[in-house]
Design a protein around this ligand. Structure first.
Ligand code: ZN
Length: 411
C-alpha cells in the first residue's frame, strides 16, 4: 500500500495504522511514494523520503518490509531516485501510440499468433475474441510503450542490480482505459522483454480525481476490476511473470465507493493488490491544525485565503485530475468566520456530513505548496499540535482505507 506525506512528518503515524492492521491479521507492506512533480513543487529530494521511511520503521519497530517508490519516473527523471528508492514506477503512458519498428511488431504478433481465436481466461465469463487485426492494433498502440518500459527497467537494473527493487509499470495516465485483452497482451510483451512486472497500473474506467471519491460507473468498474485480476492470474502462469504480480490502483486517494467492491474481488480471486494513496495525509494535517483552533485554525484560514487568490497557479499542475467548481468554493471572508468545527467538517472526507464541500477539499488538497512557502511556521505548528494531528492521520488511514479495503468493514 502506497502512503505519502508531503512534509515527511507523518511516517510513524501512518506506520502505526499498518501495525494495527497487522494485529488484526492483515499484513500490508508500506511503500512511501512521492512523485517527481511533488518533489519539485516543495523542494524535497528522494533521500528525504528514504530518511523519513527508515526513521519511522526504526521508531515503530516495524518488522516487515518497507519500500520507497520512485513514483512515475522515466529515463529523463529516474537517476536522482536511484540511490534512495527500491521501488520504481515506470510510467510509459506518454509512449502509448508511438510506433515500434516493423520488425519488432512482426516478431511480437508472430509470437502471439497462438492466441488467435477464442481466448478462455478462467474467471472471465465470455471468451475474449482475438484476431490478427486486434493483435496488430494492440502492437501498434502498446508495443513501443512496453519497449520503453524495458529500456527504463534495464537502466535501473544495471545500476541497482536485478532483484534489488520492485518493478511497477504504469499506464494509468493514458487517455483511455485498457481493456482486459489489452492488459493481457501488454503483459505478454513485458514478459518477452524480460521485465519482471511486480505490479502493473492500468487505467481504469471512470475518473480518479485528487482527494475525492470515484466518479464513474461503479458496475462497470466492478466487472473490469475482476476481469483484470483474472487476466493477471492467467498471464502470470502463461508467461512466467513474478508469482506475486499485483494490480496497482493509482487511486488519487479516497476512492471510498470502490473499496467494498475491490475487497470482494481480491478475496474472491485470492489476489493481492497495490493501492497507491498518498495526498490525504497533508489534508489530515490541515484538519488537525484547524481542529486545534487558535493559531492552527488561523494558519489554515490564511492558507485558504492565499490559495483562493492564487487559484490558477495552484490548479495548473493538476488540471486533469481535479474538478473544482469555483462558484461552489466558499469565499475567504466566509471561511474567516468559521469555527474550528465548521472548518474541519467542510474539509474532512465525510460524505454524510452536510457541511462537507468537495470543492473546498480539492482546493486545499492542491495547495500544499503554500505551506511549503512558510515551512518553518508550518512545521512549528505541526509540532505544537502533534498528538491531534497524528490521531487524525492514523485514524484516516486505518478506518477509511485499510478497514474497508483489506478487512471488508466500513468506516
Ligand atoms: Zn499514477
Amino acid at each position: 500500500m502506497g502512503i505519502g506525506d508531503r512534509f515527511g512528518k507523518e511516517g510513524a503515524a501512518q506506520l502505526r495504522a499498518f501495525q494495527a492492521a497487522h494485529d488484526r491479521g492483515v499484513t500490508i507492506t508500506p511503500v512511501w511514494n512521492k512523485s517527481n512533480r511533488e518533489h519539485s513543487l516543495i523542494g524535497t529530494l528522494p533521500e528525504d523520503v528514504r530518511r523519513e521511511a527508515d526513521n519511522a520503521v526504526a521508531q515503530c519497530q516495524w518488522r516487515g518490509d518497507h519500500f520507497v517508490d520512485a513514483d512515475h519516473i522515466g529515463l529523463g527523471t529516474v537517476d536522482k531516485f536511484l540511490a534512495a528508492s527500491d521501488f520504481f514506477t515506470i510510467d510509459v503512458a506518454d509512449a502509448i501510440g508511438k510506433a515500434a519498428t516493423g520488425e519488432s511488431i512482426a516478431a511480437y504478433t508472430a509470437a502471439m499468433d497462438r492466441f488467435v481465436g477464442e481466448l478462455h481466461i478462467p474467471g472471465i465469463a465470455e471468451p475474449l475474441s482475438v484476431t490478427r487485426a486486434s493483435l496488430n492494433d494492440i502492437a501498434a498502440k502498446y508495443l513501443f510503450a512496453v519497449e520503453e518500459a524495458s529500456r527504463v527497467f534495464r537502466h535501473i537494473a544495471e545500476r541497482k542490480g536485478p532483484g534489488n527493487f520492485v518493478t511497477e509499470v504504469s499506464f494509468d495516465e493514458a487517455n483511455t482505459p485498457q481493456t482486459p485483452a489489452e492488459l493481457f497482451f501488454i503483459l505478454a510483451a513485458a514478459a518477452r522483454e524480460g521485465i519482471p512486472v511486480d505490479t502493473v497500473a492500468p487505467k481504469f474506467t471512470g475518473e480518479f480525481l485528487k482527494g475525492i471519491d470515484y466518479v464513474g460507473d461503479l458496475g462497470r468498474f466492478t466487472q473490469e476490476f475482476a476481469e483484470d485480476l483474472a487476466v493477471l492470474a492467467f498471464a502470470r502462469k502463461t508467461f512466467a511473470l513474478p508469482a506475486g504480480i499485483k494490480l496497482s490502483i493509482h487511486s488519487g486517494s479516497d476512492k471510498f465507493s470502490l473499496y467494498p467492491t475491490m475487497h470482494r474481488a481480491i478475496m474472491a480471486a485470492d489476489a493481492g493488490i497495490h493501492l497507491k494513496t498518498a495526498g490525504t495525509t497533508w489534508l489530515e494535517e490541515v484538519i488537525g491544525l484547524a481542529a486545534a483552533g487558535g493559531e492552527g485554525l488561523a494558519f489554515a484560514k490564511a492558507l485558504y485565503r492565499e490559495a483562493y487568490g492564487r487559484y490558477d497557479e495552484m490548479a495548473k499542475p493538476y488540471l486533469t485530475v481535479i474538478a473544482i467548481d469555483r462558484q461552489a468554493l466558499p469565499t475567504p471572508d466566509v471561511v474567516a468566520g468559521w469555527s474550528a468545527e465548521a472548518f474541519k467538517e467542510a474539509l474532512e472526507h465525510n460524505q454524510a456530513c452536510p457541511r462537507f464541500n468537495i470543492h473546498f477539499r480539492q482546493m486545499v488538497h492542491i495547495s500544499f505548496r503554500l505551506a511549503a512557502e512558510q515551512q518553518s511556521r508550518y512545521l512549528a505548528l505541526l509540532d505544537a499540535n502533534r498528538a491531534t494531528i497524528e490521531d487524525h492521520v492514523f485514524t484516516n488511514i486505518l478506518t477509511r482505507h485499510i478497514e474497508p479495503l483489506f478487512l471488508g468493514t466500513s468506516a
